[in-house]
Design a protein around this ligand. Structure first.
Ligand SMILES: [Mg+2]
Length: 361
């Protein structure tokens, strides 16, 4: 089974989320930017993938077209994990993190999609004998900053059946409001996106324990300072989660001995192949995996399949926003705090050509 073509389709899909759009990304965040990859084999199987593309859409598209695709066309698809490592080695002069790995991630997801379709099975069934058919999903709220808004969005998510809610709040007042809105029965986490100094972390972490937080995510900068993260977890007895911006299992092997939750993002870490290696690393160190939500393109679908296949993945992250459209309108969205694992060939993603046409740029 040889690769016949690699095509790149950049898209922008606006979304609504009830926030000001500030605080989570380097610029105001109001659209989903997706770099879709379509790989076709000589025998006519089509695989889909995407690489993280927020504010770097053109760079990721160029990396796939100029750096990765020339190494792939005409190649036999057999051992995808080995091919992934070969790509990493041949492209390591461009850096082992960021754009290069986003490009490799997109390709790798599409190749695994093809591999499962070739076997006429789902990716979850390709990877596991008895994958889960439904997954606990948590509501990953945006950053609202205003305590009243935080309280009402947390309460709304709980009313919809979510048993776990994650805030993206960084002030104690907003996090307290999140706990009030979510109630004491709901598991509550907060994602700090590296905003606290170590001094602020020491001040606020005792409150995170008092508020019974499930985990605190990326509390300080840099997020790869494994010792600092491990120290906060040990000193305050609250689980620390990190890794959505880490690439390859090599980086996770450094943090795994120190923190409870590893958070690979399939569209950043190096695709399905590296995500699976991160699960192996977590198992080796007794850590757990809390995958990062790769938004609503093929990465979303791949993450559901991977979480279903690997028990070590605890919950599925659902970003609490409403996109103007979903590329594949049959996307499984959480209901009652659970998301269904569709049993379709590959990762399950089959985009609607009209929606691609409408949002491609
Ligand atoms: Mg996060």
């Amino acid at each position: 089974m040889k690769i016949k073509s690699v095509d790149v389709i950049p898209l922008q899909i606006p979304f609504e989320d009830g926030s000001t759009g500030s605080g989570l990304m380097p610029t105001k965040w109001t659209t989903l930017e997706i770099v879709l990859v379509r790989i076709e084999t000589e025998n006519g199987i089509v695989g889909w993938g995407d690489g993280f593309a927020y504010s770097c859409r053109r760079a990721v598209a160029a990396a796939i077209e100029d750096m990765v695709a020339p190494l792939l066309v005409g190649r036999e698809i057999d051992d995808i994990a080995a091919l992934n490592l070969e790509l990493q080695q041949r492209l390591h002069l461009h850096g082992r993190y960021g754009i290069t790995m986003f490009a490799i991630s997109a390709i790798d997801i599409a190749l695994w999609d093809i591999a499962a379709k070739h076997e006429e099975t789902s990716l979850a069934r390709l990877l596991a004998v008895r994958p889960r058919t439904s997954l606990p999903a948590y509501a990953s709220l945006m950053r609202y900053a205003e305590p009243d808004l935080v309280r009402s969005f947390a309460a709304k998510a709980v009313a919809e059946g979510y048993k776990t809610v994650k805030l993206h709040e960084i002030s104690l007042d907003a996090i307290k409001a999140g706990r009030q809105g979510a109630g004491t029965e709901t598991k509550l986490a907060t994602d700090v996106n590296c905003n606290w100094s170590i001094e602020q972390a020491h001040e606020i972490m005792p409150h995170m324990r008092r508020l019974d937080l499930y985990w605190v995510e990326e509390p300080v900068f840099p997020p790869d300072d494994a010792e600092a993260l491990g120290m906060l977890q040990a000193e305050y007895g609250v689980a620390i989660a990190s890794g959505e911006n880490a690439c390859t299992s090599v980086e996770f092997a450094r943090t795994a001995p120190h923190i409870k939750y590893l958070q690979p993002s399939v569209t950043k870490v190096g695709g399905v192949s590296e995500f699976l290696r991160v699960c192996d690393v977590a198992e080796g160190y007794g850590a757990s995996v809390m995958p990062h939500a790769p938004y609503f393109g093929p990465g979303y679908w791949a993450t559901i399949q991977l979480t279903a296949a690997r028990e070590i993945c605890e919950q599925f992250e659902h970003l609490y926003i409403e996109p103007e459209a979903y590329l594949d309108p049959s996307i499984p969205l959480p209901s009652g705090g659970e998301v269904e694992v569709l049993d379709r060939p590959g990762i399950g993603f089959e985009p609607d050509p009209d929606i691609i046409e409408r949002f491609k740029i």
